[in-house]
Design a protein around this ligand. Structure first.
Ligand code: TYD
Length: 218
């Protein structure tokens, strides 16, 4: 009998520091004997990586952004996410649909009802259960004041199309994440990303231990 798969997404505004913890979490699950698939959005398949390059570097309106994000997501679900979950793996995804609601919805001001419709369209019918709308089992939300995130980003490499946007865009994106978290409190795990790296990891680890997904003291 295969153990159930586990789907965890990582979210937060650019500069929140989520990426540095994904590999550590993958190692922690592997140390427990779990198989782990580490993937990202936009991207995660050859087709979706092509769409990522367009999304991050070509000018376009918010609807086009949303359509590309969901097109890539559907391919990613069909080719990578669902097969990994069916094999009982832990699937760690650097961003998923909450990013579309935060960036295209809250950030760019695109209609949230249309995004919800696209979400249902793209995320249903990929799993063995035809009516299931696939969502992460948990979302680790790296919450950080936009001003702090912006400071961290200035030290980083050359910005993509989104990273180059002004502070008020990121203030809206941060509000967008907060609204998604409020709407799905069972799924969202808020991590205070303003703390030093080891303290951020401890919060993340404690939350997953408390859910019974990682071994150790809660
Ligand atoms: P990011 O995940 O931060 O990758 P990197 O660490 O390589 O910069 O970059 C992805 C960017 O794409 C980020 O600015 C958020 C944006 N994005 C959207 O606008 N919509 C989406 O649906 C997704 C998944 C990401």
């Amino acid at each position: 009998m295969t153990i159930p798969g586990l789907f965890i997404s990582f979210e937060g505004i650019d500069g929140a520091g989520k990426s540095s913890h994904i590999q550590t979490l993958a190692d922690a699950f592997r140390a427990q004997g779990r198989s782990v698939t580490l993937t990202r959005e936009p991207g995660g398949t050859p087709l979706a990586e092509k769409l990522r390059a367009l999304l991050l570097h070509e000018p376009m309106d918010a609807l086009t952004e949303a359509l590309l994000a969901f097109a890539g997501r559907r391919d990613h679900l069909r080719q990578v996410i669902e097969p990994a979950l069916a094999r009982g793996e832990v699937l760690l995804c650097d961003r998923f649909t909450d990013a579309t609601f935060a960036y295209q919805g809250a950030g760019r001001g695109f209609n949230l009802d249309v995004l919800s419709y696209l979400e249902r369209l793209a995320q249903t019918g990929c799993a063995p259960e035809p009516d299931l709308m696939r969502e992460p089992d948990a979302t680790l939300w790296f919450d950080l004041p936009p001003a702090v995130a912006a400071q961290r980003l200035t030290a980083a490499r050359s910005p993509d199309r989104f990273e180059a946007l002004p502070p008020d865009f990121f203030a809206r994106v941060a509000q967008g994440y907060a609204a998604r978290a409020q709407a799905a409190p069972q799924r969202f795990i808020r991590i205070d990303a303003a703390q030093p790296l080891p303290a951020v990891w401890q919060q993340l680890q404690a939350a997953l231990v408390a859910r019974g997904w990682l071994g150790g003291e809660p």
